[in-house]
Design a protein around this ligand. Structure first.
Ligand code: NAD
Ligand code: UDP
Length: 310
């Protein structure tokens, strides 16, 4: 198949492209390189089945493909809050144009949505039926409300124009190729521990997250794209940890001498987050396989080689 991956030079997109290329598909990687890096897809540059397109999804584009994985959007709060209006445009206009493209060429379209659509959830763990507790005017709204509109667009294009959609609600994902300056908790703690500087725990560290290793997530995305379930489907690892537990685990694995420094909790930071993955299990026969310590070790090894620290 010919497959378009928007945001293909980013963290998840580049791992997805590796899997699609290894399965002998023709892959078009579309990216504006805001948080993506050519280096992430460098190994495919001279491959005849691979093409890279520098393009911003807030502008329309014409291409011919069979499937579209729509991932283009910064995912880390630091990056999506850098230019919030641009983040909204990316989520709304970007998704609109990509759905318009899918409609015209009759391609199947998968939206990379997020657990952030649940906001600061009052239901725990979160099932797909939960409608969320989202602040429409807060500093995370450009991202979480943007993704909620993106989901709305996907379902309206499906109902109105019969676009063949799939919607994944992705929970916190980590792994090799995360940016050093990404600002997300796993990359921050690993980089800080490797550098021997304090691990910055925001708030009391009692807020929880559930961390999915990237290869598991990519496997879920591919199953969703090629199955019959439209979604939305939660894709994440149900093993839940407090942020402080994560800090202590990384401390133990990398540098027991690295201290912990407590910093203020950012506004609207969700208190708890854990996916209910019953739907993914029954519809896609999917569940994560990589335990936290195993995934962390691979991520630590990657950062260690990129930062050239021992
Ligand atoms: P990332 O920032 O590494 O990747 C996003 C990619 O999109 C980058 O390559 C970036 O350059 C590109 N991009 C951003 N704006 C663009 C635009 N306007 N036009 C073209 N390209 C653009 O983030 P990621 O972690 O790989 O996330 C990929 C997708 O998965 C995002 O849609 C994100 O919302 C979603 N997601 C990620 C997580 C996670 O934990 N990583 C969780 C939930 C949802
Ligand atoms: N966090 C932290 N220290 C950091 C970065 C993040 O304590 O250096 C916390 C953050 O406040 C949040 C959790 O870790 O409670 C996950 O943050 P991240 O930005 O990785 O993802 P998200 O909040 O989008 O789930």
């Amino acid at each position: 198949m010919r497959i378009l991956v928007t945001g293909g030079a980013g963290f998840i997109g580049s791992h997805l492209i590796d899997r699609l290329m290894e399965a002998n598909h023709e892959v078009l990687c579309l990216d504006n390189f805001f948080t993506g890096r050519k280096h992430n897809v460098l190994k495919w540059f001279n491959h005849p089945h691979f093409e890279i397109i520098r393009h911003d999804v807030t502008e329309p584009i014409r291409l011919e493909v069979d499937q579209i994985y729509h991932l283009a959007c910064p995912a880390s709060p630091v990056h999506y809050q850098y230019n919030p209006v641009k983040t909204i445009k990316t989520n709304v206009l970007g998704t609109l144009y990509m759905l318009g493209l899918a409609k015209r060429i009759k391609a199947r379209f998968l939206l990379a949505s997020t657990s952030e659509v649940y906001g600061d959830p009052e239901v725990h763990p979160q099932t797909e039926a939960y409608r969320g507790n989202v602040n429409p005017i807060g500093i995370r709204s450009c991202y979480d409300e943007g993704k909620r509109v993106a989901e709305t667009l996907a379902f309206d294009y499906h109902r109105q124009n019969h676009v063949d959609i799939r919607v994944a609600r992705i929970f916190n994902t980590y792994g090799p190729r995360m940016l050093e300056q990404d600002g997300r908790v796993v990359s921050n703690f690993i980089v800080q521990a490797l550098k021997g500087i304090p691990l910055t725990v925001y708030g009391s560290g009692q807020q929880t997250r559930s961390f999915c290793y990237v290869s598991d997530l990519v496997d879920g995305l591919i199953r969703l794209m090629n199955g019959n379930c439209l979604g939305p489907v939660n894709l994440g690892n149900p093993d839940e940890y407090t942020v402080l537990q994560l800090a202590q685990t990384i401390q133990t694995m990398v540098n027991p001498d690295a201290p912990i420094a407590y910093k203020p909790l950012p506004a609207d930071d969700p208190q708890q987050r854990q996916p209910d993955i019953t739907l993914a299990h029954t519809e896609l026969d999917w569940q994560p396989t990589i335990l936290l310590e195993e995934g962390l070790q691979r991520t630590i090894d990657d950062f260690r080689s990129r930062l050239s620290v021992l």
